[in-house]
Design a binder for this molecule. Structure first.
Ligand code: HEM
Length: 403
């Protein structure tokens, strides 16, 4: 053994385990304890990793180009690296900037808002049959098909492709919920295959590059060079799952929050200008990307805790957004906070799809409060599991609003 190996024994403390049932069901209690007593926490789960729980620490990592990389893993437990790279998420600067710039036309405000009528029509089509005195499947009937179909419209995919993506992602979510990582990684390879075949198809049959993201990326001239097929497939691949599962879990939390706060339904119906603020506050409280990860490229010290090089570090957004040093009464829903939540991350990798996600959420709440007077949850709600957060399954009665 070399002296270098001897000098860096792995930490053995097990300050927390996000995978145990009590922490999955109520993550907020353990997050609160960690922020107070062990803000830079180590877990021996999944080969060992660190967790940052405080808002300022996570923001500092978000803008730090020198001590962390996103190229090793972006989630804990790490997904196998044999498949397509998830771009731009698994890239560092300067390539990160190149990919983000290439994607930016489709993620801009004007492009996103242009899709609003289609997204609204979809919301109405799916919501109307659910409203009435009967028990409805909120996730299977609304949040899941709504977010997949909205994403396919966004990416410029046809109905057949949308059906295939939906099928793949349903199986993927089932495996993740059951914590069956072997099956999940097999399905993940199939989703890679789906992204690769999208690229092959658009090379043979180009779509409109303005509205078909795959065609647009393939044809993009980057100062005289083009992206490789793998780069294009990697850019599309990231949104295929992240672009709808995260919004699905979040919209489930929104419906649950409205069910638990019936007065809010009437308030938002009477004053729709409050809806964007309500959406931000629910993003803060129920951040659906519970945690994403980086890897240290050299030893770092945070709040007196040394972390060696090559260590996974989870950025616990869900905890940061309830940090009592930043947010007064952090567990309360309050309209009118000056919002500075980091549910969309912070810094170099902050969510490029945030305007689209906000639009979907606004349209959902507008159409819901217009039609519904109260929501009664029927039966147990199932929660999304680490590293996600939100509602994975819920049945409810959506009682109609009679004007
Ligand atoms: C409520 C909905 C959403 C939430 C809360 C959310 C959250 C996040 C977060 C926290 C990150 C930062 C990752 C990091 O720092 O490691 C991220 C990145 C990203 N998100 Fe979202 N997201 C949402 C919806 C979407 C949608 C709808 C799309 C696509 C249509 C999307 C595409 C992306 C992409 C491409 C990145 C990578 C950006 C980069 O690495 O530079 N997201 N998202």
């Amino acid at each position: 053994m070399t002296s270098e190996q001897k000098s860096a024994p792995p930490p053995v403390t097990n300050d927390w385990d996000p995978s145990i049932q009590t922490n999955q069901a109520d993550p907020f209690s353990i997050h609160r304890q960690l922020r107070a007593k062990c803000p830079v926490a180590h877990s021996t789960q999944w080969g060992g990793f660190w967790t940052l729980t405080k808002y300022e620490d996570i923001r500092a990592v978000g803008v730090d180009k020198d001590h962390y990389t996103a190229t090793v893993r972006t989630i804990v437990p790490s997904s196998p690296r044999s498949g397509l790279p998830r771009l731009p998420l698994q890239a560092d600067q300067p390539l990160l900037g190149v990919y983000r710039k290439a994607l930016s036309p489709w993620f801009s405000d004007p492009y996103t808002l242009r899709l609003e009528p289609n997204v609204r029509a979809l919301a109405v089509e799916l919501l109307e049959p659910l409203v009435g005195g009967h028990e409805a499947d909120v996730v299977g009937g609304f949040t899941e098909p709504f977010t997949v179909r909205a994403l396919c419209t966004f990416l410029g995919m046809d109905d057949r492709e949308a059906d295939r993506l939906r099928e793949l992602s349903l199986t993927y979510v089932e495996a993740i919920q059951a914590q069956d990582m072997k099956s999940a990684s097999g399905i993940s390879r199939e989703i890679d295959g789906f992204a690769i075949s999208l690229v092959e198809d658009r090379k043979a049959n180009p779509g409109d590059p303005r509205t078909d993201v795959t065609t647009g990326l393939l044809q993009m001239d980057m100062n005289g060079t083009r992206f490789t097929d793998t780069e294009v497939a990697g850019m599309v691949r990231l949104s295929l799952i992240g672009g709808h599962i995260v919004p699905k879990n979040y919209l489930g939390s929104v419906v649950r929050h409205l069910a638990e706060n019936p007065d809010l339904i009437a308030t938002l119906r009477d004053q729709p200008s409050l809806i964007p603020d309500a959406i931000e506050e629910m993003l803060r409280l129920y951040s659906p990307n519970q945690a994403l990860a980086r890897t240290t490229t050299c030893p770092v010290e945070i709040r007196g805790q040394r972390i060696e090089a090559d260590e996974p570090v989870a950025l616990l957004f869900l905890s940061a957004n309830r940090d009592e040093d930043i947010f007064e009464a952090p567990d309360d829903f309050r309209l009118g906070r000056k919002q500075k939540h980091i549910a969309f991350g912070y810094g170099q990798h902050s969510c490029i799809g945030q305007q689209f996600a906000r639009m979907q959420a606004r349209v959902t709440v507008e159409e819901l409060v217009r039609r519904v007077s109260s929501i009664e949850i029927a039966g147990p709600v199932s929660n999304a599991v680490w590293p996600e957060y939100g509602v994975a399954g819920m049945r409810a009665r959506l009682n109609p609003h009679i004007a």
